[in-house]
Design a protein around this ligand. Structure first.
Ligand code: TTP
Ligand code: MG
Ligand code: MG
Length: 449
């Protein structure tokens, strides 16, 4: 293991919600909840102001509404989050050729590989400057962890949240980890945590004390061995640059459209198995399960579900694909089916046990606009989903605050305006149309690569 804290972990603070607050001045400092707003929707994330009410990611939206009835509830704008993510990742790539993104808002950077830092002081300076640059370019805050290993860098950024920087001095790792709950370690989810607790192990120090043999007995060879090493703060995993393969997928086109719903289901199961064989063959696991369906009329749609952590378990992929299929109308026949896994990782970061036991977090289909029409939401209401950008011929740029009963309420404001005024229109008002998001920060030429 290296001796200098030159592995950096960045994670943006309340990412989706912070982007919404930066876009919408009236929401700054307020409880903002982003997620699926339908009856079975879940919270993608919420602002720190909403977290004090107990709201958190993956919570059913109905429960969030009970806890924080006065919060702003918005649908996610994935395309825009991706744009912001690319800006952030660009800043990281300027630091080192070794940048390993873990999600839209999170990445490891090996600062030594790029010569950006070689010791404690140079690493800290890079972290401080990075946070300032992120703020200048995106208007958002991200938290930075610095340590001599990936595991500790990630723990450090978690401690730094929100809007901070924590550097873990090499040599202090074990003392720091000792009193922490076992759940702090990568690979320990709720199920493994329970399993360890029943064996009387609740802290990292107790894992170290139990010894490797006991861990292997409790958790099996691979998991036990890995966990014991982590508890001793041994983590030699290198930062690996973004892999070429972004997803592993398989698909089949049918000579004759498939009409039988049962048969469609069986095909999806078969494709899921084939996809997992490919995934395993490449030594990968993935977090997002994608189902692709092309219908008789060539209309093609994709549905996706994001698990709490990467998986290569065929049962998990099969189940997710089957769930996704439930939301797709196949009347009229199906011409092509595909199953894919993206969000790839080399190892299963989260809880293997839990996933096999079917515990998971249902993510959001990325194509929200493409979701099946829900009973209480007609096409017009969905067109004017809360949070999306609009433009009015007379009043300019704004966002939908809410809609219903044939009306849509729009707040007219832009990222660099004062909090704006609200106006209500008929949903078919010809002067109102959907718009693209506006940049969060007015372009500053000296900061653009
Ligand atoms: P996180 O980094 O886990 O959370 P966060 O950035 O919202 O908050 P924190 O300050 O604690 O880091 O996730 C990044 C984004 O990914 C998050 O803003 C929304 C999305 N997301 C989901 O859609 N579903 C989920 O279950 C989680 C955890 C995140
Ligand atoms: Mg985050
Ligand atoms: Mg994150």
């Amino acid at each position: 293991m290296r001796t200098a804290p030159t592995i950096l972990h960045l994670d943006m603070d309340a990412f989706f919600a912070s982007v919404e607050q930066a876009s919408k001045p009236s929401l700054r400092g307020k409880a903002v909840i982003v997620g699926g707003l339908g009856p079975r929707g879940v919270v993608a994330t919420c602002s720190y102001e909403a977290r004090v009410f107990g709201v958190h990611s993956a919570m059913p939206m109905a429960q969030a509404r009970r806890l924080a009835p006065n919060a702003a509830y918005l649908v996610p704008r994935f395309g825009f989050y991706r744009t912001i993510s690319e800006q952030v990742m660009g800043l990281l790539r300027a630091l080192s050729p070794l940048v390993e993104p873990l999600s839209l808002d999170e990445a490891f950077v090996d600062l030594e590989a790029g010569g950006a830092a070689w010791d404690r002081e140079s690493a800290r300076l890079v972290g401080v400057k990075l946070r300032a640059d992120i703020r200048a370019v995106t208007g958002l805050t991200g938290s930075v962890g610095l340590a001599a290993s990936k595991m500790l860098a990630k723990i450090a950024s978690e401690q730094a949240k929100p809007d901070g920087l924590v550097l873990i001095e090499p040599g202090t790792e074990r003392a720091l980890l000792g009193p922490m709950p076992v759940r702090t370690l990568p690979g320990v989810g709720p199920a493994t945590g329970d399993h360890l607790r029943r064996a009387g192990i609740t802290t990292v120090e107790e894992i170290a004390e139990a010894g490797e043999d006991e861990l292997v007995r409790l958790l099996g060879k691979a998991h036990g061995h890995a966990l014991y090493a982590m508890a001793l703060a041994h983590d030699d995993r290198p930062v690996v640059a973004e892999r070429e393969t972004k997803s592993v997928s398989v698909e089949d086109t049918y000579d004759v459209d498939i009409h039988d719903r049962l048969r469609v289901g069986l095909e999806v199961q078969r494709l899921a198995d084939r996809c997992v064989r490919r995934l395993r063959g490449a030594g990968l696991s993935g977090r997002t399960i994608v189902l692709k369906v092309r219908r008789y009329d060539f209309s093609t749609l994709t549905r996706s579900e994001t698990l709490r952590g990467p998986t290569d378990d065929p049962a998990v992929v099969r189940e997710a694909a089957a769930r996704l299929l439930e939301s797709v109308d196949t009347t009229g026949g199906v011409r092509l089916l595909g199953v894919g896994v993206s969000g790839l990782a080399d190892y299963t970061q989260e809880d293997l046990f839990a996933q096999a036991a079917g515990e998971r977090v249902e993510g959001l289909a990325e194509d929200v606009a493409d979701e099946p029409v829900r009973e209480e939401a007609g096409p017009a209401e969905r067109r004017w989903a809360a949070g999306i950008d609009v433009r009015h011929a007379e009043y300019g740029h704004g966002w939908v605050q809410g809609s219903g009963l044939g009306r849509v309420t729009v707040r007219f404001e832009t990222p660099d305006s004062e909090p704006g005024r609200v106006r209500t229109f008929r949903i078919d008002d010809p002067a109102l149309e959907p718009a693209d998001p506006l940049p969060l920060v007015a372009r500053r030429p000296e900061l653009q690569g």
